[in-house]
Design a protein around this ligand. Structure first.
Ligand SMILES: [Zn+2]
Length: 246
């Protein structure tokens, strides 16, 4: 049999396995819940000028959130990280740094996930359940490594476009797109840079606290309150999908 004849058969097998694994191999993309609430999540912090203002915006309306942090930043902004923990928000892992796992050799990706989880758990004294892949990039292999490291990948539905250089008005429209009870909303309390091994250009100019306050106001006017993913799941079940993007 030639290589070209073997390839399609192999692809069919991989497709079949993925279908069979379906929900089991999935990432959390939303929460099935009877309650009028969204799961609010923030990536890339902690960052002075971003995280602190967002903490105030959340406290002002009694909202809670899940913070997917970078260990590079937890070490640099240790006191600010302590404030997030002290405010009672949920802490989850975005990475030791901001490199996408599919870029790393398998052994390095595995080590980074385990070291990241261990360092964060040492720091907070609480179990870390969730991992958000930088840029949402993951493959079946990296998904499996996250699971082996004892975590579940979490993706998202609506976003606030807070990493783009656009007017706040556009961000507010974007934050409403596809929002529903149980939606997982993606926001950022910082912008990863070269110190986090991210090379995505300069950060956009915005007041992250003001943006979050306005997004929360909009959700509230639709009867939705914002909670952490863990809180949302306490009264609901995870919606999982096998979503992969290199
Ligand atoms: Zn990120």
């Amino acid at each position: 049999m030639t290589a070209s004849r073997r390839q399609p058969a192999r692809r069919t097998v991989v497709r079949g396995l993925r279908r069979a694994a379906g929900p089991w191999a999935g990432s959390v993309v939303a929460v099935r819940t009877p309650r009028p609430q969204v799961a609010l999540t923030f990536d890339d912090g902690p960052e002075p000028g971003g995280t602190d203002r967002i903490l105030t915006a959340l406290a002002d309306v009694g909202a809670s959130a899940t913070f997917f942090v970078l260990l590079t930043r937890v070490r640099r902004h240790s006191a600010l990280f302590d404030e997030v923990v002290a405010a009672g928000h949920e802490i989850a892992l975005h990475g030791l740094d901001h490199r996408a796992l599919p870029e790393l050799p398998p052994a390095e990706a595995r080590a980074a996930l385990r070291a990241g989880r261990a360092e964060l758990e040492d720091r907070t004294g609480a179990a870390v359940r969730w991992y958000r892949p930088p840029y949402g990039r993951q493959t079946p292999r990296t998904w499996w490594e996250v699971a082996r490291a004892g975590m579940v990948p979490v993706l998202w539905g609506p976003t606030t476009w807070d990493w783009k250089d656009v007017p706040d008005a556009e961000r507010l429209v974007k934050a409403q797109e596809g929002v529903h009870p149980g939606a997982i909303v993606l926001g950022h309390d910082g912008f990863a840079g070269p110190d986090d091994l991210a090379f995505d250009g300069p950060p956009p100019l915005l007041d992250r606290g003001r943006l979050v306050a306005r997004v929360l106001e909009q959700y509230s006017s639709r009867g939705l309150r914002a909670v952490s993913l863990g809180t949302a799941l306490a009264d609901g079940t995870a919606v999982r999908e096998a979503r992969f993007r290199r």
